[in-house]
Design a protein around this ligand. Sequence first.
Ligand code: PLP
Length: 380
Amino acid sequence: MPIIYLDHAATTPVLPAAAQAALAAMTQDFGNPSSLHSLGTAAAKAVTAQREDIASALGCRGEEVYFTSCGTEGDNWAVALAVHLGRHKGKHIITTAIEHSAVLEPCRALEREGYAVTYLRPDAQGRVSLAELEAALRPDTVLVSMMLVNNETGSIQPVAETAHLLRQKKSPALLHSDAVQGFLKIPFTPKDLGVDLLTISGHKVGAPKGIGALYIRAGLQVQPLLRGGGQERGLRSGTEATAQIAAFAWAAKEGAEKLAEHQTYVQALKDYALETLPQTVPGLVVVAPGDAPHICAVSLPGYPSQVVVRYLSDKGICLSSGSACHKGKASHVYAAMKLSKAVRDGMLRLSFAPSNTREEIDALALALTQASRELVSMGR
Ligand code: PLP
């Protein structure tokens, strides 16, 4: 049975050429970048060039890109380094109630250590407001962490406006943005956004799992995350993941070149889904059309999403009821949006890639229509 994959925000397949780049880095150009012999220096040169590729896709300088093992590591590191840098200035953090757990959990841990954390609540579309941020800002705020694109609604958050506000208020707070779902999906640069720290992850853009990067604005005096051999300019020791980095660089280069084309295609596909699904599937409602082109959230009120996700999966259609990390647990994002219980329980997140087609959306519409009939006849 051919699989229809509509869960690209959870992860997306590795691009074949990126996989080839990884294979070459593992089997031919396998040197340790710290070795002094020819294979080592070749590997070091390759990593330098690949860092530049990622920097140019992101719109920053190579020396501002620090490789990590994933987006989670980048988020954890950003929160830790910001509070460390601000340790003599205050103990207040502002974030949003709809962040990924990779930001929320470090914030909760800091609360247990005596930090005060303000969690900005979103509106019904999943966007936080600048006015609430302004009201929450305190002289002792040392970090504002606000994601760029929400992974469960596709809503875009006012990151650039936040940077502007922080400057206007002469706030000492550092600004971090988790841009894992924004990178290569919408155009931005860390400089345009005005952030100090920004997280990206490889497996959302056609690279393998196990690689990410943290943008650290040049000039920030940062504590090392891992101490050891001094890789990543002394901030994150550990032999570079040369295969994943090679693939990440390839995917980033390709993604940056095709960003505008992909954005237009995926947006048109999503628009088609948002038009077709409510027309075809009895009872289906669009909850968040999503500002970013590739993510939206719909609901089949009265039909528990886990049951629907399994039903669709049996028909070869993969999508999710929210963030993959929740493993089916209730989503804190949909809870924060104050949706009715029936709508919340029936939530389905759709996330698209350029490989998806209108025929796949039609197949989804048909399968959801069948679900609405059969699951009712099963006596919901
Ligand atoms: N932040 C967001 C918004 C995400 O969607 C994800 C992954 O789902 C992460 C962080 C974590 O990234 P990784 O899976 O690379 O740890």
